[in-house]
Design a binder for this molecule. Structure first.
Ligand SMILES: N[C@@H](CCC(=O)N[C@@H](CS)C(=O)NCC(=O)O)C(=O)O
Length: 327
C-alpha cells in the first residue's frame, strides 16, 4: 500500500489499524470544501471534474448521483485503472473502460493530489472532485460530494429530482449504514485478529437482517421515496456476493439470500443510467488483484454473479421511484 507523506509517495506502509484490537480504521478524507453559491467554489457547468474508479463503492456513489440527476454533460469524469498496487491509482487509457487524466494530464492520481497540495500527507483515494478554475481538489469525501451534487447544481441538472429531501433523515441513514455495512465489509476483510473479524461480521449481518426486514415493509431506506441513502447501500450490496462474500470472508449469507435487500438492489440497478455506472469486471479485478496480502496469487474467481436484470417486483411494497426517473 502506498501513501503520500509531505508530498512524497511512500510504499509498504501498513493498513491503518488500531494497534491493540487489530481493527481496520479508515483514514479521514482531507479535502472538505463545499460548492455553494456563496463561493469560492460556485456551482457551474463545465467547471468541476470527478476522478473515480469503477471498482470503488465510494466513487460509485458519485457516479450514480451524477447519472440520476442528469449531470453527465455538466461534470466530466476520468476513470483510473482498477488494479492499484505499489504506484497507487494509475491512469491506463488503453484498458477497457479507463481514461487518461484529461484535465491535468498526469499518469498517477497522486500527482493530482500533489498539484492540490505539494506537501500533501495522507492516502490518495477516489473519488476526487476537482475544480478546473481554482486548479485544486474541492473535496474527496463521497458522502459530501453527493450532497453537493444534489444541492448546488439545480440550474444545470437535467432531471428535477432531489436525493436529499429535507423532511427525511437521509444523512442520518447514510451514517447509520456506514459503520456496520459500507465500512463493515472492509473491517471484516482487513481485520488483523479473529476478534476484530468476528466483531465486524456480526455487526454486518445483524444490520443486513434489520434492513431486510425494514425493506419488507417499505420500498426505500427512508420510507416510500428514493434517497441518496439507497444509493449508498446499493454500491456495497452490488459488490457483495461476487467480492465481499469471498474476498472479505463475509460469508454468513449472500445478498441474494435476503429477499428484500436483493429486490432493492435489483430495483436500484434498473433505474435509468445506473447499470452504465456498474462494471463488475473492474470491481473484481480491483479487489482480487490489488489486495495481494489477502490474495497473494491475484486469482480472480469465476463467479457466477447475481443477475441484476431479473424483475425486482418492488412495486408490490408500495411507493414508487421519483417521477423524473420513470420513462
Ligand atoms: N471516505 C472516503 C473513502 C474513499 C476510499 O477509501 N477510497 C478507496 C477506494 S475504494 C481508495 O481510494 N483507497 C486508496 C487508499 O486508501 O490508498 C469516501 O467515502 O470518499
Amino acid at each position: 500500500m502506498g501513501v503520500m507523506i509531505d508530498g512524497e509517495w511512500q510504499v509498504d506502509i501498513d493498513q491503518p489499524t488500531d494497534d491493540d484490537s487489530g481493527a481496520f480504521e479508515r483514514a479521514e478524507s482531507r479535502f472538505r470544501d463545499v460548492i455553494t453559491g456563496d463561493g469560492p467554489f460556485e456551482p457551474a457547468a463545465d467547471r468541476y471534474h470527478l476522478y473515480i474508479s469503477r471498482a470503488c463503492p465510494w466513487a460509485h456513489r458519485t457516479m450514480i448521483v451524477r447519472a440520476l440527476l442528469g449531470l453527465e454533460d455538466a461534470i466530466s469524469v476520468d476513470i483510473v485503472d482498477p488494479v492499484r498496487i505499489d504506484d497507487g491509482w494509475e491512469f491506463s487509457p488503453d484498458e477497457h473502460d479507463c481514461t487518461p487524466d484529461t484535465v491535468n494530464e498526469t499518469d498517477f492520481l497522486r500527482e493530482v493530489y500533489r498539484l492540490a497540495d505539494p506537501a500533501y500527507t495522507g492516502r490518495v483515494t477516489v473519488p476526487v472532485l476537482w475544480d478546473r478554475e481554482r486548479e485544486t481538489i474541492v473535496n474527496n469525501e463521497s458522502s459530501e460530494i453527493i450532497a453537493m451534487l444534489d444541492r448546488a447544481f439545480d440550474d444545470v441538472a437535467t432531471r428535477d429530482l432531489t436525493l436529499f429531501p429535507d423532511d427525511l433523515p437521509v444523512h442520518e441513514t447514510i451514517e447509520e449504514i456506514y459503520e456496520p455495512i459500507n465500512n463493515g465489509v472492509y473491517r471484516a476483510g482487513f481485520a488483523m485478529t479473529q476478534e476484530a473479524y468476528d466483531d465486524a461480521v456480526t455487526g454486518l449481518f445483524s444490520a443486513l437482517e434489520e434492513w431486510n426486514e425494514t425493506l419488507a415493509r417499505q420500498r426505500y431506506l427512508c420510507g416510500d421515496r428514493l434517497t441518496a441513502a439507497d444509493i449508498c447501500l446499493f454500491t456495497t450490496l452490488y459488490r457483495f456476493d461476487e467480492i465481499y462474500h469471498t474476498h472479505f470472508k463475509c460469508n454468513r449469507a449472500r445478498i441474494t439470500d435476503y429477499e428484500h435487500l436483493w429486490g432493492h438492489t435489483r430495483e436500484l440497478y434498473q433505474l435509468p443510467g445506473v447499470a452504465d455506472t456498474c462494471n463488475m469486471d473492474h470491481c473484481k479485478r480491483h479487489y482480487y488483484r490489488s489486495h495481494t496480502d489477502l490474495n497473494p496469487r491475484q486469482l480472480v474467481p469465476i463467479g457466477p454473479g447475481p443477475d441484476f436484470q431479473l424483475p425486482h417486483d418492488r412495486d408490490r411494497i408500495g411507493g414508487s421511484p421519483p417521477a423524473a426517473l420513470v420513462a
